[in-house]
Design a protein around this ligand. Structure first.
Ligand code: 25A
Ligand code: L14
Length: 334
């Protein structure tokens, strides 16, 4: 690959920071690097490969001469600025929800539908974090046995809500341990010592009573698998975990798979690691997945209530495979 001029929009955010780490770690070929954020962060310096890079304010004119722009600055910012980048001949890989369901925008998980990138018209979307880790596990099972229906409940870490959400959890923990009243801004109720069945923290609900996060899992899964016949229902839940989303997934298939067959299929799947040894209390958990690139699956068992379904527990780092890593894997495909 020829070295590229790369821009990171939202470079100061929790995902932007992970993008810089992944670019370094995977030695993505960079000719020069531009760091973009809001006016608030203009002039700040960030280290990349041992050198200081000054953060610039993101504007309509930020993308002249840029080959690849990685966006993670929220949906509104992507909606507004990605078209300017595309117009200047730059390829945008966007981590927000702004463009995912646009029929002209490929929605890509490299282990699942890498060929979709070829159809891009300047913008490629990175899926929702909970959806990504689920589809890397679903894809090989779908290929082997045709998935009819998925029932998923998520246990999502606070880092999915950005830096303010992380800080809020720690402030609430400190307050509550000191016997003080916890303050809430990002979440409607305290997230410390609690479990909240609503993501995002505000303006969450769609007309059908599901949250937007839940409908992302429903719609994005079908688009990535390229199969509208796969039925999905989701309940998305915030838990007081720093980083690492967990999911309880029930998968109903046309052809019956035994738990052993599923373990065998998943142990050969790209990006997936099976951690499943009940006798030795081996199963995936968020603390262990934090900082790792893979998606971990365990607790695989045959659903006792159904002749052809499996239950499993799926865990991955929401800032890495769920965001920064998947975005850079897409850039590597270009
Ligand atoms: O809209 P969406 O798609 O739902 O996404 C909403 C947010 O979720 C995060 C990400 O937040 C995103 O903005 N996110 C998205 N996908 C995620 C995933 N898979 C995910 N999180 C986890 N997993 P974030 O915190 O990661 O990053 C925000 C970045 O966007 C920059 N930004 C914001 N508005 C911008 C903009 N850049 C350009 N133009 C704009 N208009 C933002 O830069 C950050 O890089 P910044 O300069 O605004 O923030 C730098 C620092 O400022 C502090 N801060 C944050 N909020 C406030 C604040 N200070 C004062 N007041 C505030 N309200 C923080 O310390 C921040 O680090
Ligand atoms: O759509 O855990 O990419 O708050 C990613 C973070 C949705 C919310 C997205 C979280 C967002 C999610």
């Amino acid at each position: 690959m020829n070295p590229k001029v790369v821009a990171v929009a939202g470079a100061t955010g929790v995902v932007g920071q992970q993008m810089l780490k992944v670019l370094e770690d995977r030695d993505y070929p960079i000719k020069s690097l531009k760091l973009l954020a809001s006016a608030r962060s203009k002039g700040k310096t960030i280290q990349f490969k041992g050198e200081d890079v000054v953060v610039e304010e993101l504007t309509e004119n930020s993308f002249k001469g840029v080959d690849v722009a990685l966006f993670s600055a929220g949906g509104g910012t992507s909606k507004k600025f990605a078209p300017f980048a595309a117009k200047d001949g730059c390829v945008v890989v966007d981590n927000s929800s702004a463009w995912r369901m646009d029929p002209d925008v490929p929605l890509v998980v490299p282990e699942v539908n890498p060929d979709a990138v070829k159809k891009h018209k300047g913008i490629i979307a990175n899926p929702n974090c909970s959806t990504i880790q689920m589809v890397v596990v679903l894809k090989p099972l779908h290929d082997a046995a045709t998935i009819k229906r998925v029932v998923v409940a998520t246990y999502q870490a606070v880092s999915g809500g950005g830096i303010n959400a992380i800080n809020e959890m720690y402030e609430q923990i400190d307050a509550m341990l000191a016997g003080k009243e916890p303050q809430c801004k990002e979440f409607p109720y305290p997230i410390a010592f609690n479990v909240l069945p609503q993501i995002p923290g505000s303006n969450a609900y769609t007309d059908n009573g599901y949250t937007s996060e839940e409908m992302k899992m429903v719609n994005e899964t079908k688009k990535i698998l390229g199969d509208d016949s796969v039925r999905v229902t989701a309940t998305t839940v915030r838990v007081p975990v720093h980083t690492g989303h967990s999911e309880s997934v029930n998968v109903e298939t046309e052809k019956k798979l035994t738990a052993d067959q599923a373990r065998d299929i998943l142990s050969k799947a790209p990006g997936v690691v099976v951690q499943d040894d009940p006798a030795n209390q081996i199963f995936p958990h968020a603390l262990d997945a934090h900082g790792k690139y893979d998606t971990f699956v365990g607790r695989i068992r045959e659903d006792v209530s159904h002749p052809s379904a499996l239950d499993m527990w799926v865990v991955s780092d929401n800032l890495l495979k769920g965001a920064a890593l998947n975005t850079i894997q897409i850039a590597e495909l270009l």
